[in-house]
Ligand binder design. Structure first.
Ligand code: DGT
Ligand code: CA
Ligand code: CA
Ligand code: ZN
Length: 647
């Protein structure tokens, strides 16, 4: 049911009917009414009858419209006369009963808001409301911080703490969403809009187009002729997945999207246990499946489209620098055009835009300002405008440059797939090599492998490699380990074991300890670990989990400079860009620093399954955002060249 963190509003009628509501919509409405009744202290039998009806109809296989038309609805168990006529009216006429609508309207918003807190249901909200006057998330937090909830009968300190954690999780979840989630919603929405008759173009803009690691809200720009504006707006408002409409004007629509925007049932797939814990565990999964995201749509004519797209792609900082460049040329740059001041005079907005220089695409806008087109990922005002002026923009890495990756797990530690399955999967996506780096013994929760098992894995890899070589297959496995970084920057296997491997990914996993220490201590520990001759790659260098936890304190600039010394002396020390959308660690802002310091980056999916290899796509997005070219990453090397670099 769509309630955890999601919009709590009655489903909207379909544009054409009857039936005006689907089985799922009816089940959802009944469920909401049951919850609201309970919040309002209604009698338990009444609450239960709505809950039962919701469950029963939700599981029905017959067509609800037909049941209404034939009157058979009334014969279903649990559908009395009252509920039967209410539902018949809704399905036949597209209107929910007035008392349902009033229930939604009259229940204080704060009470509904509290339903979004993971694990908190209407019954307990009602009790806290009655006993303590709690009527919103804010007053709930105050009560919990005062320790007044722990004293309530049936609550206790543990459930009080759980509420505080839930409030924090919900706030984090609502403020920004990870790139993978934002893109999923954004692309589904873009595709649905693009199919609406009259839409000439629909394109995702904003931070999603710039591939930021987290997304505040979605911004879409739609090209449409004036005569079609109204019908297109109406069609957008009727799309599935519109949980609520915040505002709908002439050329701007603000919406809340929910997971029914997806064709298939929404699922976030497999997450590592430690990552899942950091982002809230089951509560997070529940929030995500009932989640929503805000979206703003701008409708403009085709000739204005490139300007609006550029403006709403941002970033704000990039826009400001672009606008200044326009001003220097006597031009006014905004979302409507690039307008000579002398023509525009006192005119504003679209009236001034009549005089805009023409641009059929963004490229022409940049050309008018004597710049090369800047790819959206780079539009952060970190030097891209100067580079565009000097025709010196980087040739950013693309996914087809990737020939392999070095940090992946198998069933030897906590992976889901065997070595053979991982190798097949890598070959299937066109890679020429794959590195296996299972966990080391200290990491018991991840089933870290013993030295003996690790070396046996090495023998198997040798066998497969020679078979492939004999068969003329251009594919090989590299054998590594993901070693925990232990006290004093030590690695987790004896030196002679490590020396038998192709490489070592050294990673911090004891987050509590590392987070309790200061920046200098952590930085020095990492440096000691980098000093170890077997350390090849620094894995997920800060340990951050996006929307979950900050990394430990560490001076990454100093670390990268330290690694640079080794590289400059001919000893390779690479830094990982962990491609999991939960991590994207190294941060994109530091990629350029690694590049200019001559420290190679390796984009690693940290795959724990075949599907996990696909996360490489997010790593490539972050690498592009960080100005990396194919020559800056180890992933673009051939198997032979990588083997040489690892020697
Ligand atoms: P977000 O949503 O927080 O992840 O980040 P954005 O970049 O998508 O920001 P958003 O949605 O507030 O606005 C979309 C774009 O619109 C933004 O990247 C640049 C442009 N924009 C918004 N406000 C301003 C402004 O005050 N000045 C300028 N120059 N551009 C703005
Ligand atoms: Ca945005
Ligand atoms: Ca926005
Ligand atoms: Zn790890």
């Amino acid at each position: 049911m769509n309630m955890a963190g999601g919009a709590f509003v009655l489903p909207k009628a379909r544009p054409s009917g009857p039936p005006y509501f689907s089985r799922n919509q009816v089940a959802q409405a009944l469920h909401q009414v049951a919850v609201l009744l309970e919040l309002n202290g209604a009698n338990v039998f009444r609450v239960r009858s709505y809950q039962n009806a919701s469950r029963m109809l939700g599981g029905l296989t017959q067509d609800l419209g037909e049941l209404v038309a034939s009157g058979e609805l009334f014969e279903l168990k649990g559908i009395g006369k009252g509920l039967g006529s209410a539902l018949s009216q809704a399905i036949g006429e597209g209107r929910w009963p007035n008392d349902w609508i009033s229930l939604h309207k009259d229940t204080p918003e704060g009470m509904i808001e509290m339903l979004g807190i993971p694990g908190l249901g209407p019954k307990r909200i009602k009790i806290m409301n009655q006993e303590l006057g709690v009527d919103s998330i804010t007053t709930l937090r105050e009560a919990a911080e005062d320790d007044s909830i722990a004293g309530l009968k049936g609550f206790g300190a543990k459930s009080q703490q759980r509420m505080l954690d839930g409030i924090e999780l919900l706030a984090r979840f609502r403020s920004r969403r990870r790139l993978d989630i934002g893109l999923k919603y954004g692309e589904a929405f873009e595709q649905r809009i693009a199919k609406i008759p009259g839409v000439q173009k629909a394109q995702l803009a904003g931070s999603a187009r710039r591939r930021k690691d987290t997304i505040g809200d979605l911004d879409l720009v739609v090209a449409v002729e004036d005569k079609d504006k109204e019908s297109v707006s109406n069609a957008i408002l009727q799309l599935p997945g519109i949980a609520d409409i915040k505002g709908a004007g002439d050329s701007k629509i603000s919406l809340i999207l929910d997971t029914s925007i997806f064709d298939e049932n929404f699922s976030i797939g497999h997450i590592d246990t430690n990552v899942l814990d950091a982002i809230g565990g089951d509560d997070y999964e529940q929030l995500e499946s009932g989640g929503t995201i805000d979206a703003q749509v701008r409708l403009v004519s085709l000739d204005v489209f490139p300007f609006t797209l550029a403006y709403f792609t941002g970033s704000k900082e990039h826009n400001i620098a672009m606008r200044q460049r326009a001003i220097d040329r006597g031009l006014r740059l905004n979302e409507f055009g690039l307008i000579p001041e002398k023509d525009a005079g006192e005119l504003k907005g679209m009236a001034a835009a009549k005089f805009s220089l023409p641009a059929i695409d963004e490229n022409e806008i940049y050309r008018h300002l004597d710049l090369d087109w800047v790819t959206p990922e780079l539009r952060e005002d970190t030097g891209e405008i100067l580079a565009a002026q000097e025709a010196n923009l980087p040739q950013l890495i693309v996914q087809s440059d990737i020939k392999g990756a070095l940090h992946n797990h198998t069933t030897l530690s906590d992976g889901e797939a065997s070595l053979e399955q991982m190798a097949d999967a890598a070959r299937n996506i066109g890679w020429n090599w794959l590195g296996l780096a299972d966990h080391s013994p200290t990491l018991k929760v991840a089933n870290g492998a013993s030295a003996e098992d690790l070396l046996a894995q090495g023998e198997l890899i040798k066998k497969y490699n020679s078979e492939w070589a004999n068969d003329g297959v251009d594919f090989r496995l590299f054998h590594g380990v993901e070693s925990d970084i232990l006290e004093g920057g030590k690695l987790d296997h004896p030196d002679d074991v490590l020396a038998k491997l192709d490489y070592t990914v050294a990673s911090v996993h004891a987050m509590n300890k590392w987070k309790s220490r200061d920046e200098q201590t952590n930085t020095e520990e990492l440096m000691k670990c980098i000093d170890h001759p077997s350390t090849t790659i620094l894995g997920h260098p800060t340990g951050r989990i996006l929307q979950g936890r900050d990394g430990y304190e560490v001076d990454m600039f100093a670390i990268i400079e330290y690694m640079a010394e080794y590289n400059n002396n001919g000893e390779m020390k690479a830094v990982e860009l962990n491609a999991s959308p939960y991590r994207l660690d190294l941060d994109w802002r530091l990629c350029k620093f690694a590049k200019t310091n001559n420290v190679p980056v390796i984009i690693n999916p940290d795959a724990h399954s075949i599907r996990g290899l696909g996360d490489i796509a997010y790593g490539v997005m972050a690498a592009r955002k960080g100005w990396l070219e194919s020559g800056d990453v180890l992933n673009s090397l051939s198997g032979d060249d990588l083997a040489k670099r690892l020697k």
